[in-house]
Design a protein around this ligand. Structure first.
Ligand code: AMP
Ligand code: MG
Length: 410
């Protein structure tokens, strides 16, 4: 049995980065950026006003106050989207809107609420500081600046940023295609007629969703019976994908043939069994440079193994800089008794109580019980050593989704 770290290292060493492709900016949400973005322009392109108000020459304002306003001449009105036509001379101001270019000679903006205009004369009630409410050319983005790094996930903010520098087509990494085979004589697919001896194939669907969530493209190979012939036929189909996942059939049972069949198909198996709970029976190998995972059959084990090993592999193949979910510390709100030996991944609920991040178990930890995974937003990760963790101790948690805001009753 190898450790989680050793297993992850072996897996990631076998991952090839996907090629690149072009993608419309408007369709790039969630994809991984395959190029560094360097700004071809300054933003703002000129000095501009950050407020609706008056562009002034500070020297003209003197000691203006509400009781002794300074009266100045309005020579122009500059809306956003038009360049100024006049230069400010002594005693002159221009009315200016947010985002409009500053007229020559102006060195501060006075907000409209600190003024009062009658005809062509405006009364200024305050003394602006030098540069008040001016956004200077290139202040937000300077021409030639590196604004986005290769290997990041494209979020709405990155899309807005790229749009702001005119990038309408971006280079992204291709999405790995991941074939998913569910194995087991007891499995029936959804909406299929089934006998009383059957259970529904949940892994196929859960894994496909995890693949999509990680940025891969799932290819459903359906269900294989626990026979050599069926396993070989279905796994062969997986060879057109970039990665293969099989679930079930990798334990010690009389019908667990997946590893044998993978070897028959030419797989070089790298390890079988990881020192963790759930998820011990994990087989990993490579068939003609394609990573192939034999995931445990129990529904929770399969999803936990995916999280810890397959997700990082998909992210790395997708060109991502960061491949593991971050961990953090939380205060444990109950006592946990455990058997020493394997690292534990416990389904848990992390909550934010005031300024404390706390965590408690999400229910039954049996690896066939999906309900506690549904309730969980995190894993508590406990070391292999030790048999007791006391309430009030700090434990390591790995967040899977948002922290709950109130408490952990649900
Ligand atoms: P196995 O490792 O094949 O012995 O499977 C372990 C347990 O997981 C058994 O109870 C299986 O019935 C169950 N199982 C295996 N594959 C699936 C699947 N695709 N969906 C739901 N349960 C499964
Ligand atoms: Mg089975």
């Amino acid at each position: 049995m190898i450790t989680v770290e050793a297993a992850r290292k072996i897996i990631l060493a076998e991952i090839q980065t996907m090629g690149r492709e072009k993608c419309l900016l408007s369709q790039s949400l969630g994809r991984t950026l395959a190029e560094e973005i360097v700004s071809p322009l300054n933003h703002p392109p000129w000095d501009t006003s950050a407020m609706d108000g008056y562009a002034v020459r500070k020297a003209d304002i003197g000691e203006a106050s509400p009781s002794a306003p300074r009266k100045l001449k309005v020579i122009e009105k500059i809306p956003a989207g038009r360049l100024p036509e006049k230069k400010l001379g002594r005693g002159e101001v221009a009315k200016i809107m947010t985002g409009a270019p500053l007229p020559e000679g102006a060195d501060a903006i006075v907000r409209v609420e600190d003024t009062s205009q009658e005809g062509e004369e405006v009364s200024i009630f305050v003394v602006p500081d030098d540069g008040d409410f001016i956004r200077y050319k290139g202040e937000a983005i300077r021409l030639g600046d590196s604004i986005l790094k290769k290997g990041i996930q494209i979020r709405p903010a990155e899309i807005a940023m790229m749009a702001s520098v005119g990038k309408s087509v971006v280079s992204v990494f291709q999405q790995p295609r991941v074939a998913i085979l569910s194995t087991g004589d007891e499995l029936a697919d959804l909406d299929e007629e089934r006998g009383p001896e059957k259970i529904l194939n949940s892994n196929g669907y859960g894994l496909a969703a995890q693949v999509s969530d990680a940025g891969g493209v799932p290819i459903n190979l359906g269900i294989a019976r626990d026979t050599h012939a069926d396993l070989i036929e279905k796994l062969k189909e997986g060879l057109r994908a970039d990665m293969i996942l099989a679930s079930g059939g990798v334990s010690m049972g009389d019908y667990d043939f997946v590893i044998e069949v993978l070897k028959e198909l030419g797989a070089e198996m790298k390890f079988w069994k990881v020192s963790m709970k759930p998820g011990r029976p994990l087989a990993f190998g490579v068939i003609s440079r394609r990573p192939v995972f034999g995931l445990p059959g129990n529904p929770v084990s399969s999803m936990v193994s995916f999280e810890q090993f397959v997700r990082p592999a998909i992210l790395l193949a997708s060109g991502r800089n960061e491949t593991t979910r971050p961990t953090m510390k939380a205060v444990l709100k109950e006592e946990i008794r455990k058997r020493p030996g394997r690292r534990l991944f416990l389904r848990a609920v992390v909550s934010s109580l005031g300024d404390e991040i706390s965590v408690c178990l999400a229910g039954d930890q049996d690896s066939a019980v999906l309900m506690s995974l549904v309730k969980a937003n995190a894993f508590i990760i406990l070391p292999a050593e030790g048999d007791l963790v006391k309430s009030g101790e700090q434990v390591t948690v790995q967040l899977l989704s948002d922290i709950h805001m109130v408490d952990s009753e649900g």
